[in-house]
Design a protein around this ligand. Structure first.
Ligand SMILES: CC(=O)[C@@H](O)[C@H](O)COP(=O)(O)O
Ligand SMILES: NCC(=O)COP(=O)(O)O
Length: 245
């Protein structure tokens, strides 16, 4: 039976984006993580990109040292990132696609096209005691591949849903809802995220099979005006309202 509650993971990448813009030591994404957890976040997500454009190795190490059980590290499937994850041992890793030139993640991981490396990565991370999610598009071909990979969790990419409007958005929502059902039936724990805001989160939160949402950019942006605890609380309310409708 799908869960009635839904966890909020707060992504603090864009706190680090502001810091890196000036090469200062502030604002600190580690401090932001602590504040977000105190404000009701269930976990903290950080994407350690290969180009280190925002989050740095030290941020991940510090967050893991302080809150290991609640840290979700997003990373590319590369030997260097796998070695780093196995050394730092966050509780969760989400394997994501990465392109140097993209402004943000543009789609899901093509698990079907790289099943062997993804399967090996899942095995290696599981051996290190890390629970793995695959960040994928709502696409049955990817679901089949994900089943063969051995990953226990999936995070559905909601970027296209967030970027479209009207009939196209309704279509994307239907696709995500149907995919979440199939993924849950196949035994995966189902998460979702990317591009979600207080204005668009409710229909995604209403999908019973989704039990975790990872949200960052809109929360960090909103925190400029109301502060991080209030921005996390606003998102929590929007999710709970959506879930209960
Ligand atoms: C994988 C994903 O959906 C995002 O969480 C990702 O972290 C976005 O990367 P940026 O934070 O660099 O936009
Ligand atoms: N995996 C999605 C995530 O961590 C946050 O994405 P966004 O809200 O910053 O677009």
């Amino acid at each position: 039976m799908p869960s009635t509650s839904i966890r909020l993971g707060v992504n603090v990448d864009h706190v680090a984006t502001i810091r890196q813009a000036r090469g200062t030591v502030y604002p600190d994404p580690v401090e932001a993580g602590c504040v977000a957890l105190a404000a009701g976040a269930a976990s903290i997500t950080v994407h350690l990109r290969e180009d280190r454009r925002h989050i740095q190795d030290r941020d991940v190490a510090e967050l893991v040292r302080m809150h290991r059980a609640r840290i979700n590290l997003e990373m590319a499937v590369t030997p260097a990132m796998l070695a780093l994850a196995c050394r730092l041992k966050p509780a969760f890793v989400c394997l994501v696609p990465e392109k140097r030139e993209e402004l943000t993640t543009e789609g899901g991981l093509d698990v079907a096209a790289q099943l062997d490396p993804v399967r090996l990565a899942c095995q290696r991370l599981a051996k290190a005691g890390i629970a793995v999610a695959l960040f994928i598009d709502a696409d049955v071909r990817q679901l089949k591949a994900a089943r063969a990979s051995g990953a226990p969790h999936l995070e559905i990419h909601t970027g296209r849903y967030a970027d479209t409007r009207g009939a196209a958005q309704a279509d994307e929502l239907r696709r995500i809802a149907a995919f979440a059902k199939s993924a849950h039936k196949a035994g995966f724990e189902v998460h979702a995220g990317h591009g979600l805001t207080t204005a668009n989160v409710a229909p995604i939160a209403r999908i019973r099979e989704v039990i975790e949402l990872n949200i960052g950019h809109s929360i960090v942006a909103r925190s400029l005006f109301v502060g991080l605890p209030a921005a996390v609380a606003e998102m929590r309310r929007a999710i709970d309202d959506g879930r209960s409708r």
